[in-house]
Ligand binder design. Structure first.
Ligand SMILES: O=C(O)CNC(=O)[C@H](CS)NC(=O)CCC(=O)C(=O)O
Length: 279
């Protein structure tokens, strides 16, 4: 299957962000992709005080726009995340949505781990002040160009919690999405290493579209949207700029990697019950 990661520099201008998303999705489909994955906060990335008023439900206009786009392009679309209204009127969920080529919502994942950190001198992020963490790991089946893959959904800071990825792998994940707004300093230090480790240790494809460039204030993202295969090989990376990373994912290659070195069946401590396959 041919997939695409879309890399953008989202701001608080929702209309402009959605316009860029459309242009990149069209570009990806023109290059033969059947599945387009957008970064975290693709429709809106702005200060917390501006986020709450634009939070929507799954039935709101932001997700509807992506559903219409999927139908029009006949491609699966993963909205890396959007600000979803939560039961707490002062906070949102940070929610990833997978949409089929028919425009139906197939899976919804609410970011579990929230990024509260002093990034460097002038940038402190307190995600838990404006976001309610989700509870559940989510695995879904994705159909692309006549092939099906089991995909574990994660977001950004989740990447630092390998147990989540192991659980998804044990449940049968063949691919992991990590749409992100990874900051420039932490991205420089850790982005490729963590993603490649998740790919190698779980023997899964890792699909990681990132925000890039300047968003607001001192907030900037690292770019470097990247796809790693189950052997840790880089199948494509875009360091900077709006654009797409297109790659062919060979599920046969993954079976080969897992057959030669069946790591997931060798685990002796910690999480148990490998080999469960549920979707
Ligand atoms: O706040 C928003 O508007 C959108 N959300 C994000 O950008 C999130 C939470 S602040 N960013 C991360 O998780 C970056 C993690 C990261 O950079 C690391 O783990 O190093």
């Amino acid at each position: 299957m041919r997939v695409a990661l879309a890399q953008i520099a989202s701001t608080r201008d929702i209309e402009a962000n959605l316009k860029t998303c459309r242009r990149l999705a069209e570009d990806a489909v023109e290059q033969g992709a059947g599945w387009v994955i957008f970064p975290e906060c693709a429709p809106f990335l702005g200060p917390d005080r501006d986020k709450l008023p634009v939070a929507e439900t799954l039935q709101g206009s932001q997700i509807q726009t992506f559903q219409a786009l999927a139908r029009e392009l006949q491609a699966a679309i993963t909205v890396g995340s959007f600000a979803e209204r939560s039961p707490d009127p002062t906070r949102t969920f940070n929610t990833q949505v997978h949409i089929t080529p028919a425009g139906d919502i197939a899976a919804v994942y609410r970011k579990i781990h929230l990024f509260d950190a002093r990034v460097d001198g002038d940038l402190t992020l307190t995600e838990s002040a404006s976001v309610v963490g989700g509870q559940d790991a989510v695995l879904t089946a994705v159909q692309v160009q006549g092939e099906e893959a089991k995909v574990g959904l994660t977001i950004c800071y989740d990447l630092r919690f390998p147990e989540l990825y192991r659980e998804l792998a044990f449940r049968g994940a063949e691919m992991l999405t990590v749409p992100s707004a990874f900051t420039r300093p932490t991205g420089q230090a850790h982005w490729h290493t963590l993603l490649r480790a998740r790919a190698i240790e779980n023997q899964t494809f890792v699909l990681a579209p990132n925000q890039w460039g300047h968003h607001y204030g001192t907030r900037a993202s690292f770019g470097n949207s990247v796809i790693y295969d189950p052997w840790g090989e880089c199948l494509g990376c875009l360091e900077e700029g709006d654009g797409v990373v297109v790659a062919d994912l060979n599920l046969e290659r993954q079976r080969e990697v897992r057959q030669k070195m069946p790591v997931l069946t060798h685990q002796r401590r910690g999480l148990s019950a490998p080999g469960q396959h549920e979707v």
